[in-house]
Design a protein around this ligand. Structure first.
Ligand SMILES: N[C@@H](CCC[C@H](N)C(=O)O)C(=O)O
Length: 365
């Protein structure tokens, strides 16, 4: 698998909302070299292991990677290229939850298989990402369809950070500027991301699903058929958990987030617990105040990630159901904060947060 990544990371704080344009090396017609300069405004958390930068003069140490000077003159021509056997992609992140975005508007089936996605997500032998996201044609009166493969190749129903990246990716593909919203068909139904003037994306995430059988979980439910503060035995230790589906399953537990919480050890035990027939994402949450929560996550199919949008939404729902917080909260994740609101009048959840381009690349399949 040969990967060519083309990176220009020069962003000023004032151009943050048009970061895609600022990042895009293909917009410069005369550019034959690639330079990297880090500005304080630039989040590079998602580059943590995918491409090892040694110094600002740009070096990629992995022998299977080669950096190519751009020959094209616009992002549209780059993203439109359709050589067989070559996949062009854009790497994005939402608070360090990172994704390989693929233009799949020409077909209703993903252009690569789950197995290929798993290879591309590998942080040592591939591009490195928490998942691969495909922008497919819309269906059921929607503008687009979003599908995603986790880094283990499994296909989840939805991805909150991913759909913000998806909206920014579509805006770039369609050359749209300013405020735009899209109707996106997902495995969780209709999701509506809206790009705001400040470049952040606010997403109508729809309604949470609380009915135990639909989460799905085998844990005992209350009269409303919801699993709230149920006891879950994990290897002899009892945890109190609340289960919420945002299209994808979440198990939320409250306590103190200690540094010694060993996600890599405890996470898989929740994920594969017999009470979760479709596996589960798990959120470990600390309440700082009724409007401020801190959360760490173990994701189904992706492991410990720096952020999880659906997880932050499920966390606020669980906090409200357990009487721990109000309906409008800031949720702090390792990669940064998300603003979440569970609106009483329509039962919908709204998530607001950033989505940023990391780099453009091509990979031979
Ligand atoms: N990181 C995502 C969730 C991605 C899907 C998840 N791993 C699953 O299998 O359900 C988010 O931001 O929501």
């Amino acid at each position: 698998m040969a990967i060519a990544a083309t990176i220009s990371l020069s962003v000023s704080p004032t151009t943050r909302h048009s970061a895609a344009a600022a990042f895009n090396p293909f917009r410069s017609s005369s550019s034959t070299t690639v330079s990297v300069s880090f500005s304080p405004a630039l989040r590079i958390t998602s580059l943590r292991s995918s491409i090892p930068f040694r110094n600002p003069s740009f070096r990629v140490s992995a022998t299977s990677m080669s950096i190519q000077a751009p020959q094209q003159t616009s992002s549209t021509s780059f993203l439109d290229r359709r050589e067989s056997g070559v996949l062009h992609f854009v790497k994005y992140h939402g608070l360090g939850n990172d994704f390989i975005l693929v233009d799949n508007r020409g077909s209703t089936e993903p252009r690569i298989s789950p197995e290929q996605a798993k290879k591309l997500c590998d942080r040592n032998f591939g591009i490195g990402a928490d998942g691969v996201i495909f922008a497919l044609p819309g269906t059921n009166d929607t503008d687009y369809t979003m599908r995603i493969f986790n880094s283990d190749g499994s296909e989840p129903e939805m991805c909150g950070n991913g759909v913000r990246c998806f909206a920014r990716f579509i805006a770039e593909l369609e050359n749209l500027h300013g405020n735009h919203s899209f109707k996106v068909h997902t495995g969780a139904g209709l999701i509506v991301p809206e790009i705001q003037g400040d470049g952040k994306v606010r997403v109508d995430m729809g309604e949470p699903i609380l009915k135990a059988a639909d989460v799905p979980t085998g844990l005992p439910a209350n009269k409303q058929e919801a699993v709230v503060k149920s006891e879950l035995d994990v290897d002899g230790v009892t945890w109190n958990v609340t289960c919420v589906s945002m299209g994808n399953p979440h198990c939320v537990t409250f306590g103190t987030i200690e540094n010694k919480l060993n996600l890599a050890e405890i996470g898989p035990k929740f994920e594969h617990h017999v009470m979760f027939p479709a596996r589960t994402n798990t959120e470990f949450v600390q309440v700082c105040s009724p409007s401020h929560l801190k959360m760490r996550v173990w994701e189904r199919g992706a492991g410990a990630t720096l952020a999880c949008g659906t997880g932050a939404c499920a966390t606020v729902v669980a906090a409200v159901l357990e009487g721990r917080a109000g309906r409008k909260c800031t949720v702090d994740l390792p990669g940064g904060p998300l603003e979440i609101e569970w609106r009483e009048e329509n039962n919908h959840i709204y998530m607001t947060g950033p989505a940023e381009v990391v780099f453009y690349g091509s990979v031979a399949l």
